[in-house]
Design a protein. Structure first.
Lengths: 337, 625
């Protein structure tokens, strides 16, 4: 008998481990950690049924700071390890923590497959557009021209847009937020509530090797004109007073930024967000002038771990009680007397 | 007509043989593997002991008639104990010129050569590289040749069924099988039933194949065979009483994994990526979902092992199966399971290497990789199965060690074991001792590296257990808290503990003992893995000549069993035959400072008994002088 029976009401403290957090001062990861610790109690999660699986990199230290089960694994492989864990115990609430290098370079293959299989877990990709733990080399999301120790004349790699990668991999849930956003818990909650693989790209500042890369988006002053917060069923407007919006250009079949009241543009011209529209989602992942935030795409689909369970049940119906004795005798046997 | 002819001719008495080796050879598409396995089943039914060796090309359907598309199936059966598929065949069945070209070299002089002369067209001869038809130039005079137009006789036999010519032509193998059944006195009933079942939805195909099978048999009954060729009898062997089946290594491994998991009280999560010659493990396990088996065809070898590690973290027994190149990709994740101290079973069905090497050929060249092939000081347990049936018991043992010691275990089998079949006495399931896993549940004083004082295994507490939340990972952890630790003394200590834990398994396995012969003498032959049969047979021969030679066969490669050092030192010399360039021999020399000598063969084929006997005799002569 356990001396401390499980509590019914959990608080942030229950999800906070006793380990000293060792990210650099000012790292965006602190804000994400705090948001997670604050949000989990309100999701009905329990520490013992929650598992954080990470790969390698700054972001992947995350599990050590959560008072849940955790597995800090090897570079890029967290989605595959999380897949095995979900197959062993589908009841667990599994979160994968990865970064732009871990998830999109060395682990790109696993990220692709965990998304297309639609395993019921949440993937947080901390995107700081740089390799932090190896001291500042360019990453697969770094902009062209980025000067780093391994690209002294500027990076010549074309960057990948994480949310676009996820959509290409047939993800059923794609959201985007940023480290210090007050709305980050909303994205975490929506991801958790979605059945299947939920992908959240979190723009995250690296104060040491890539400081200020998202300032334009996250700054209080410039932010409102760069942040497009998506709401399903609502016109996609942004700007300090909601004066700007997205209109579909029939000529280019792309979304363009327009100002309501100018050039005869009215509210009617602004496209309404539809989370289930994959074409719209694709356009939203990479917009001119503005960054789409919130739930970009959400469409229920067959959940892998549920299908695995269904096949096991089908096998039990079709083949009956497992009988080792009969298994060893299937096919042809003979007796020597 | 035919029945009256048969009634007229009195069946000549069958010549009794002690043992026979037959090789069936033909195009990849000729169905030689099916023919061989049907002959095997009929032979098991006849009560012979047997061993088989399928030998097929990597190409799925190489261009017809070419030498590189030749597929072979060898069976050795006898009225006595059989340990190998045999060195040189006594009988070669060659379905086309290419099959003859590839295999004529190995057929014993005076051996029986059955050829389908109907396939010896100018075009096929050219494709096989024959300038002159070997059936006509006297080059086969050293054999007893039975050249028959199997194609023509098959088409005649199945004519009434009304198949297309392509499908009719495909029945050639059954015609040949029917003739071989008659020559060696095997029964047809089992094959007839098998054909009816296999082609239940295509009754015409079943009918044609059965007609061809019967026609081949009737041909044997009636035909006047050339001088020197008669029908044979191979009396039943004196097998131990009991219930038997034929089993291949990969079947045995799959069933052993299922059995082992049940003995542990766990479910199996088998993560795998298709690779020759391990894929049939995945196929076998995928059919056993109702036994608490989840199979996961991963996106690559790394994901396959990673999913198994994740499953073990979650409280299943994570298993991954592959071959050498796959193990190379998995090695980082195996290291993770070593430092996180999670149970994991890795089955390596070895094949010719390095790199892609010889995918369909057998080899034992991954021993170094298994014992040593990881970054850091990364010990784990390594087991090796000796025979196809032994794969069953070694798979159980792999799970037992993995869960008892919280360690990865590599089980080495190989392409020969995977595909070969042998009569297997069915195990007494009630005699297998359960080893139920008890997950840690007590929060009192818990940390993830709490250890069992005896086995040194760490506590296995699985997610979902209240109040035991903890974090593990690839970073070194502190011995007393489980927290990340860069303390130099702690790392030294943890390295030592990991080493001692695996070394301690030696106390929990069978002591080293000779398999054949005395515990001291002139020469100890030390083998491991699938060479068991050939070494055993060779040692039996030299012992019968009066030599003081013994055979020791290792099933535990790491840790090595206790008592091995003393045994190695009780012989004047030690010979280590391996199908690699000398790997176990280096391990023995390094561990025991013993002057063990290597005998290597890296041809993608099993040892020939004759070759082993020569090597042993040569070694004995050298010591004597």
């Amino acid at each position: 008998m356990s001396p401390n029976p499980p509590k019914k009401e959990y608080t942030r403290k229950d999800f906070t481990s006793d380990q000293e957090v060792r990210w650099c001062p000012g790292c965006g990861d602190y804000a994400i950690l705090a948001a997670m610790q604050r949000t989990l109690p309100s999701l009905g999660s329990t520490p013992e049924n929650t598992v954080f699986i990470s790969g390698i990199g700054c972001s992947s230290r995350f599990p050590y700071y959560m008072n849940t089960y955790g597995f800090h694994t090897i570079h890029g492989r967290a989605p595959a390890i999380a897949t095995g864990l979900k197959l062993a115990n589908p009841e667990l609430d599994v979160w994968v923590v990865t970064g732009d290098g871990d998830g999109l370079s060395i682990g790109g293959n696993h990220l692709l497959h965990v998304l297309r299989r639609n395993i019921d877990l949440q993937i947080m990709l901390f995107n700081n557009q740089i390799y932090g733990l190896t001291k500042g080399q360019y990453s697969p999301t770094s902009q062209v021209g980025k000067v780093t120790p391994s690209s002294p004349l500027g990076s010549i790699d074309q960057p990948i847009v994480p949310a676009r990668f996820a959509l290409g991999a047939c993800a059923t849930f794609v959201a985007r937020s940023f480290d210090t956003s007050k709305k980050l818990p909303d994205a975490l909650r929506a991801a958790r509530e979605h059945k299947g693989a939920s992908f959240i790209e979190i723009l995250q500042n690296c104060p040491v090797f890539n400081d200020g890369i998202f300032d334009l988006i996250t700054d209080r002053k410039t932010g409102p004109s760069c942040q497009l917060w998506l709401e399903n069923g609502q016109p996609m407007k942004f700007g300090a007073n909601g004066e700007k919006g997205l209109r579909l250009s029939p000529q280019t079949l792309s979304l363009e930024v327009v100002t309501i009241g100018e050039d005869g543009i009215t509210e009617e011209d602004i496209v309404v967000h539809d989370e289930t529209n994959a074409s719209l989602a694709w356009m939203l992942t990479d917009l001119p002038e503005v960054v789409a935030l919130g739930v970009i795409y959400r469409q229920p689909g067959p959940v892998y771990d549920q299908s695995v369970q269904a096949q096991r049940e089908l096998a039990e119906v079709r083949f009956g009680e497992p009988d080792l004795h009969a298994l060893l005798r299937q096919g042809h046997t003979w007796t020597v007397s | 007509m035919e029945t009256s002819a048969a009634a007229r001719v009195q069946p000549s008495p069958r010549e009794t043989l002690d043992s026979v080796v037959i090789r069936f050879a033909g195009d990849s598409g000729d169905g030689m593997q099916l023919t061989g396995s049907q002959f095997t089943t009929a032979t098991a039914d006849a009560g012979n002991d047997l061993a088989t060796f399928p030998d097929f090309p990597a190409e799925i359907r190489a261009p017809a008639g070419t030498t590189y598309g030749v597929s072979g199936y060898q069976i050795h059966f006898a009225s006595r104990n059989v340990q190998t598929p045999g060195d040189a065949p006594d009988v070669l069945v060659a379905m086309n010129p290419a099959a003859l070209k590839v295999n004529a070299e190995v057929l014993k002089p005076g051996g029986l050569l059955v050829v389908n002369s109907g396939a010896f067209s100018a075009n096929n001869l050219k494709k096989a590289g024959y300038e002159i038809n070997p059936l006509e130039d006297g080059s086969l005079d050293r054999f007893r040749v039975l050249a028959l137009d199997v194609t023509k006789m098959t088409l005649a036999a199945v004519k009434d069924v009304g198949l297309g010519s392509k499908e009719a032509n495909r029945c050639k193998n059954m015609w040949t099988l029917g003739l071989m059944y008659w020559l060696f006195g095997r029964e047809r009933e089992q094959t007839v039933g098998w054909l009816k079942n296999k082609f239940a939805k295509r009754p015409k195909i079943a009918e044609a194949n059965i007609a061809a099978l019967n026609a081949g048999h009737i041909y044997g009954e009636n035909a006047e065979l050339p001088h020197g060729i008669s029908a044979y009898e191979v009396p039943a062997a004196n097998l131990a009483p009991g219930e038997y089946r034929n089993i291949s290594g990969n079947e045995a491994t799959a069933w052993g994994l299922v059995t082992g998991a049940r003995l542990a009280g766990l479910e199996v999560m088998y993560g795998s990526y298709p690779i020759t010659p391990a894929s049939s493990l995945l196929h076998n396990l995928a059919r056993l979902k109702h036994f608490g088996v989840t199979t996961f065809q991963a996106e690559d070898e790394i994901a396959a092992v990673a999913s198994a590690v994740g499953a073990s973290f979650g409280g299943s027994i994570g298993v991954t199966g592959t071959s050498g190149p796959g193990v190379a990709l998995k090695s980082e994740a195996i290291g993770l399971a070593i430092i996180a101290e999670l149970p994991l079973v890795i089955v390596n069905v070895q094949r010719g290497g390095p790199s892609t090497g010889l995918p369909t050929k057998t080899e034992q060249s991954d021993l170094n990789q298994a014992v040593l092939g990881r970054n850091g000081d990364a010990p784990l347990a390594v087991l090796a199965a000796a025979t196809p049936g032994d794969c069953y018991y070694m798979a159980i043992e792999a799970i037992r060690i993995a869960v008892k010691y919280m360690t990865p275990v590599i089980l080495l089998t190989d392409g020969y074991l995977a595909n070969s079949a042998e009569p297997w006495p069915l195990p007494d399931l009630d005699a297998l001792r359960p080893f139920p896993v008890e997950f840690h549940k007590d929060p009192e004083g818990f940390h993830p590296f709490l250890r069992d004082g005896n086995t040194l295994a760490r506590a296995w507490a699985i997610p979902g257990t209240p109040e035991l939340q903890h974090r593990i990972g690839g970073l070194e952890k502190h011995r007393d808290t489980g927290h990340i630790s860069y303390d130099p003394r702690n790392h030294h200590l943890m390295t030592k503990i990991r080493h001692q834990k695996v070394a301690g398994i030696a106390r929990d396995i069978e002591r080293a003992k000779v398999d054949q012969g005395e515990g001291e003498g002139d020469l100890l032959v030390v083998g491991w893995g699938s060479t068991y049969g050939s070494i055993s047979a060779a040692v039996r021969v030299v012992r019968s000549q009066g030599h003081h030679v013994s055979h020791l066969h290792l099933r535990n490669i790491w840790p090595l069993p206790e008592g091995l050092n003393g045994l190695l030192r009780s012989f004047n010399s030690v010979l280590v035959p391996e199908l690699n360039y000398g790997q176990l021999v280096k391990l023995l020399r390094a561990e025991y400072l013993v002057d063990a000598e290597s005998l290597t063969r890296v041809t993608g084929q099993p040892f020939r008994i004759g070759g082993l006997i020569e090597a042993i005799e040569e070694r004995l002569q050298r010591s004597a002088t």
